[in-house]
Design a protein around this ligand. Structure first.
Ligand code: CBY
Length: 433
């Protein structure tokens, strides 16, 4: 057949391929980048108290192609500092994030990974998680979000791990995907990213074991994607606001596993943009976790050559002024009913200035009665995390934690962020997940 006669066929082929290709991601168009400016403001004008917080932000900025060195340099320095020899106390997920951030987009930072043996340290942390699972009824030292981050970093940077072991660990029936029996989208989505990386590596597998692992991982991805899609809400969010970014990434890379009609990506994008405008992503890590998906990027793009570019690279993010600090609310006081529930309920009513957060209420109650309302708190990348109340300590191994509730409903923000309302009924409850 002559070339000219082939052309219509080639055209037809493109016609069929292109729409499919385009539907795999949906992203904010360049003329709408200004809608992302609340995210810049949050990420660039916050103080980073933790190295792992900077790692999340650095990873995100690099993935979307931000080159601005005045922004990147201090972050990179902080991440390197926390990943250096002093970083012995890092958890598996923290070390994985540091590796991803420093290895992202082939910058000179990549050498740090090898100079500081981040991969062998991560291999050890990953094995320690598994050892804990063996000794403690399947509970890792941390959680499956961190194991997924670990597997992802080991896969992307060619660390050592056994695909058979990963295939066994990440079976969708594993209890660690569920809190209170409910599938956790953040965890399932991060697992899909890790499993997809591993699947790609196995694609040309020849041995019987490789073929079996591939089949098993493929089934896991299918089942996890089904579960993620079941958590899609009417407004398009997947899980909740804060899991949607990772869920979008997982759905971008797994589009072979669901019909196009199963997910209206544009609707999800629209709702996320509305929430950005309302200031919902007002902590750096929340902004960092949503950003890549909005420009069609995923954590699997981390070590791809020349993929760390997007229209955002040319967008002048530094021209945006810091977020105007809110004028102080009218200095009125509000009254909150606060309880601690273990088996019994211990309650009190406290008065705090309007605009206060959950933590302020807890501090006020503690001042009134240290024995009943005394608590301890630790910093996490999402802000303060309650570790004990009345001396009773949360434990990952026992899957216990202090749950935050308002009128009996579990909150989707932490103590440092949740703004309380007059007359509200708050509770911290000793819970098992
Ligand atoms: N990151 C992690 O290890 C955290 C993984 C994560 C799945 C995370 C959510 C998802 C994410 N995108 O980062 C997670 N939470 C976990 C695993 C946990 C458990 C921590 C166990 C451990 N230490 O390894 C646990 C205890 C079940 C948990 N989260 C508790 C809570 C509550 C904290 C209350 C307290 N004691 O202070 C709380 C407030 C829920 C509640 N009602 O009590 C909670 N988590 C929330 C709200 C969240 C979301 C934060 C959203 C926000 N704006 O603040 C979250 C994003 C996150 C952080 N948890 Co947990 C989930 C969501 O809403 N989509 C790896 C590391 C390297 O960074």
């Amino acid at each position: 057949m002559g070339q000219s006669r082939l052309l219509p066929f080639v055209g037809l082929l493109f016609f069929h391929l292109i729409p499919n290709q385009l539907c795999k991601t949906c992203e904010v168009s360049e003329e709408k980048y200004f809608l992302l400016s609340p995210l810049w403001k949050t990420m660039t004008h916050s103080k980073y108290t933790m190295g792992t917080q900077s790692a999340d932000v650095l990873l995100s900025l690099r993935l979307v192609g931000i080159q601005n060195q005045t922004l990147i340099q201090p972050l990179s320095q902080q991440v390197r500092r926390s990943g250096g020899s002093k970083g012995v106390n890092l958890s598996s997920g923290q070390l994985a994030l540091i590796t991803l951030a420093l290895g992202a987009c082939h910058t000179p930072d990549e050498a740090f990974i090898y100079d500081n043996h981040l991969l062998s340290r991560l291999e050890n942390k990953f094995q320690a998680e598994i050892k804990n699972m063996e000794a403690h009824n399947g509970s890792p030292l941390t959680n499956y979000y961190q194991l997924s981050l670990g597997a992802l970093a080991l896969c992307l940077f060619h660390g050592r791990y056994s695909t058979t072991q990963v295939a066994e660990l990440f079976a969708p029936g594993n209890k660690n995907y569920y809190f209170h029996g409910q599938f956790v989208v953040d965890i399932g989505a991060m697992a899909v990213l890790a499993l997809t990386c591993i699947k790609r590596g196995l694609a040309n597998g020849q041995t019987k074991t490789e073929k079996e692992d591939l089949r098993s991982i493929d089934n896991h991805i299918q089942s996890l994607v089904d579960k993620i899609l079941l958590e899609k809400k009417r407004n398009g969010l997947i899980g909740n606001t804060f899991s949607t970014g990772i869920a979008m990434q997982a759905l971008f890379i797994s589009s072979d596993y669901y019909k196009e009609s199963k997910w209206n990506c544009e609707q999800t994008l629209k709702t996320v943009l509305e929430e950005i405008a309302q200031g919902v992503f007002n902590i750096p890590i929340a902004a960092a976790q949503i950003l890549p998906a909005l420009v069609g990027k995923t954590y699997l793009d981390v070590n791809r050559d020349s993929s760390c570019t997007s229209g955002l690279g040319n967008f002048d993010i530094s021209s945006h002024k810091p977020m105007s600090t809110k004028p102080p609310n009218s200095p009125s006081n509000i009254s909150i009913h606060y309880s601690v529930k273990i088996n019994e309920i211990y309650s009190t009513t406290v008065t705090v200035p309007s605009g206060s957060v959950f933590l302020d209420v807890m501090e006020e109650a503690q001042k009134k009665n240290e024995t009943l309302f005394g608590f301890t708190v630790e910093q996490s990348s999402w802000g303060p995390f309650i570790t004990s109340v009345q001396g009773l300590k949360a434990s990952n191994t026992d899957r216990t934690y202090w749950e935050l509730l308002s009128s009996g409903r579990s909150l989707s923000q932490g103590v440092g962020n949740y703004v309380v309302h007059d007359g509200e009924d708050l509770e911290v409850r000793w819970s098992k997940y």
